[in-house]
Design a protein around this ligand. Structure first.
Ligand code: APR
Length: 266
């Protein structure tokens, strides 16, 4: 399939026709990555100023890193939690939230752990834990006991020079409820993501470098089942050549244009 794109961002006619296709799609899956939060001020991972240009993932985002220095890992996640608490959902998050609330055949599959999709839902009176939001990599705002595995919400800042948070049930050390490198994704959530993608007529892939699997394979399930991909990203990715339409630009502008309400009745 050939990707089609405008010279500097998509042309209005293309956006308008895509908006109608998206509105009419029998099933719609939206896969998001760190880029959809870029305009909220949350740094991405692999751009030139991204998180992984300043930190080594193996020091902070692996089970081995946590075993060898849990305080360091807690401190880093605490810093990210505090930074994100000062950020607000952007128009892209809100457009997705509206689509989820308006249409039952829309599923959001996100790699993001920043909770901004959930906050956009709350702003619109929806639940941040909406069943059609599938968080493949967990969330910064929950922690899981290393012992009994129970998960609890966590928002409070932590003083890592004192005792790290421990489980009230079994006394085990809590860890961030995110998926680290080398860990399995939550099985049921992943299965649901692939099933919904295979049932979707259109998959919108927004703000992800599409290099981390299995998340980056989710849109391929749509393609295999005869559906089409729309990519929203200022830069090309390994999925670009599979996309029927590649929209080069920021997701806070392009997602509202693609998911706009004016086409809701189309
Ligand atoms: N709008 C849309 N896309 C953008 C924007 C924007 N305003 N700004 C940047 N991007 C794109 C970049 O071009 C890049 O392709 O967002 C993408 C961000 O890629 P990554 O930093 O690799 O983030 P992501 O794909 O979510 O990473 C996947 O890697 O380290 C892990 O667990 C982490 O979930 C994350 C996973």
């Amino acid at each position: 399939m050939t990707g089609r794109e405008g010279p500097i961002g998509p042309e209005p006619d293309l956006l308008s026709s895509l908006r109608h296709r998206v509105a009419a799609a029998r099933g719609l899956v939206i896969l998001t990555g760190a880029g959809v939060s870029a305009e909220s001020g949350v740094p991405t991972f692999r751009d030139t100023d991204g998180v992984w240009s300043r930190f080594r993932p193996e020091d902070l985002a692996t089970p081995e890193a946590f075993r060898s220095d849990p305080a360091r890992v807690w401190e880093w996640y605490d810093l990210r939690r505090r930074a994100i608490a000062t950020c607000e959902p952007n128009a892209g998050h809100r457009a997705i939230a509206k689509a989820l609330l308006r249409r039952e055949n829309v599923t959001l599959v996100t790699q993001n752990v920043d909770g901004l999709h959930g906050r956009a839902m709350m702003e619109l009176g929806g639940s941040p834990a909406h069943p059609r939001i599938l968080e493949l990599h967990g969330t910064l705002f929950r922690v899981r006991c290393s012992g009994c595995q129970q998960e609890v919400p966590h928002v409070e800042p932590v003083d890592v020079s004192r005792l790290l948070p421990h489980c009230g049930e079994c006394g085990g050390l809590f860890r961030p409820a995110v998926v680290w490198f080398g860990e399995m994704l939550p099985e049921q959530t992943l299965d649901t993501a692939f099933r919904r993608a295979s049932e979707a007529e259109i998959c919108i892939v927004a703000g992800t470098s599409a290099v981390v699997h299995p998340a980056a394979s989710v849109p391929l399930a749509t393609l295999r089942a005869g559906g089409r991909l729309i990519e929203v990203n200022p830069e090309p990715t390994p999925l670009s050549s599979h996309a029927e339409w590649t929209l080069r630009g920021p997701s806070a502008v392009l997602l509202p244009a693609l998911l706009g309400e004016e086409a809701a009745g189309a």
